[in-house]
Design a protein around this ligand. Structure first.
Ligand code: MRU
Length: 324
């Protein structure tokens, strides 16, 4: 399904808030519309919000707006995924030479697609025959230009997959609404579980490996991803199950040494306190809703990138593989 399209003078995006129940599209005619779509989770997933932001800058250019202000607006929409800031800065860098803005945004889209296919190719070696894989959130085609990162590995290794367990991923349900839907559409066997069932499945010997995406990776390999990833990594470690992160090199933040420096987005309490407009929690209670957590590098077996698989010590591997 097409989830992002340029249509003459506007960006059309699939509204991921309504999947799989409804297929609705949102039209973005201004950079403000794009920033709102990113903030409100119409579009989501680290690489996709970056690509959307690049198209936001195209709109700002068309309307002769100040690109610096537009960049600030876009980068502020969501703080954790470094791909957003990376795509904005990369767009501006390529645009300096006077190139057509739309062509640059398209180029970033196609580069991400190519990157995901390479991640899938590189990651297939970590998937054993008849694999039962657990994943969290949605690091699929919907979160990227296409194919996906964690789901890219699963897609590429389809012939070896016995079952994918998709964590429901509270509170936003990206796992049950998006990942399970994507995999089922591709005829990949998928079972949805509530997040709190993962440990029990591991104890029963039903999980061979875990693969998740990432929103920002520090120089030492500490990785921010959807809230709940850290608990999964600790569980996997304790059960001796390999835990892999699949991410493009644009998810590495070379300006930070470790995960404590990663900004964690806090979202509205409503995401937890309400479901489809129905109140689940008394107004007298406080609610805490961090959208991401950081998994320390020692719990990560390997980071699958488009250039190969990084393993500990990550800083050494990073230098070798990514030249940083
Ligand atoms: O809040 P979301 O849905 O944007 O969070 C998405 C994730 O955490 C993904 O795992 C991550 O962005 C990687 S997507 C290839």
């Amino acid at each position: 399904m097409e989830h992002l399209r340029w249509d003459g003078d506007r960006l059309i995006v699939l509204d991921q808030r309504y999947l799989p129940e409804k297929v609705k599209y949102v039209e973005c005619k201004t950079v403000e519309d794009v920033a709102k779509a990113i903030k409100d989770m119409v579009v989501r997933g680290a690489p996709l919000i970056g690509i959307s932001a690049a198209y936001g800058l195209v709109l700002a250019r068309i309307k002769n707006q100040n690109l610096e202000e537009a960049s600030y607006l876009l980068k502020a929409a969501r703080p954790t995924a470094v791909n957003l800031a990376w795509a904005v800065d990369e767009f501006l860098r390529r645009e300096k030479s006077g190139r057509d803005p739309k062509e640059i945004a398209e180029e970033l889209f196609l580069e991400d697609l190519k990157t995901n296919k390479a991640i899938g190719e590189n990651g297939t070696e970590v998937v054993p025959p008849n694999a039962r894989v657990l994943t969290h959130c949605n690091a699929g085609a919907l979160a990227t230009a296409g194919f996906g990162t964690a789901l890219g590995v699963i897609r590429r290794a389809k012939a070896k997959i016995k079952m994918v367990y998709a964590d429901e991923t509270r509170p936003y349900l990206q796992g049950s609404r998006l990942t399970a839907w994507e995999l089922a559409e591709d005829d990949i066997p998928v079972t949805v579980i509530a997040d709190n069932m993962a440990g029990y499945l591991m104890k029963q010997g039903k999980v061979d490996l875990v693969i998740v995406g990432a929103d920002r990776i520090a120089k030492n390999g500490d990785t921010a991803n959807k809230i709940g990833t850290y608990s999964l990594a600790v569980l996997a470690h304790s059960h001796g199950i390999p835990f892999y992160v699949a991410a493009p090199s644009t998810t590495f933040d070379f300006s930070i040494d470790n995960g404590t420096q990663i900004p964690i987005e806090e979202r509205s309490s409503k995401e937890l306190a309400e479901f489809n407009g129905i109140k689940l929690i008394s107004d007298k209670c406080q609610v805490y809703n961090p959208a991401f957590d950081v998994t320390p590098h020692r719990f990560i077996t390997g980071i699958i990138t488009e250039r190969g698989i990084l393993r500990a010590p990550y800083s050494v591997y990073l230098k070798r593989l990514l030249g940083n």
